[in-house]
Ligand binder design. Structure first.
Ligand SMILES: [Zn+2]
Length: 131
């Protein structure tokens, strides 16, 4: 799978990750014009936010409701790894739902994207576009 992500999205996620440090930030990725071009920031409601994330369920409910009402489609989710380890953790892999959504992980300057498919996560290549 290959996708396009806007530079604005990556800049926003990077800033949020830095602000949340040493906790993990998290949120929702949205499609716009066939690209990942918008995000919804969400609270990390996990009780151990320095090593885990759980997107505020209300943010997910709201995003799904908007999608059903004709709003932007949910592309997937993002979170940060304050420990700097790029890619998915073992815990992330266990948490996959197999629903085809994208998972974006930011660790320092490294951004990786994965597809949460029925047979597990697979790496997604991406191109950063200016708009
Ligand atoms: Zn993770």
């Amino acid at each position: 799978m290959h996708i396009e992500v806007t530079r604005d999205v990556l800049t926003a996620i990077r800033a949020e990750a830095e602000q949340a440090h040493p906790q993990e930030c998290c949120g929702i990725l949205l499609w716009a014009g066939g690209r990942v071009a918008r995000i919804i920031t969400a609270r990390n409601v996990h009780p151990a936010p320095e090593t885990h994330f759980e997107i505020d369920p209300q943010a997910l409910i709201d995003a799904h409701r908007d999608e059903r009402a004709g709003g932007p489609a949910i592309a997937g989710y993002y979170h940060s790894h304050p420990n700097g380890r790029s890619g998915l953790s073992a815990q992330d892999r266990r948490n996959g739902a197999g629903d085809g959504k994208l998972w974006l992980v930011i660790a320092g300057d490294t951004v990786t994207i994965w597809e949460d498919g029925p047979d597990g996560f697979t790496s997604v290549s991406y191109q950063v576009i200016e708009r």
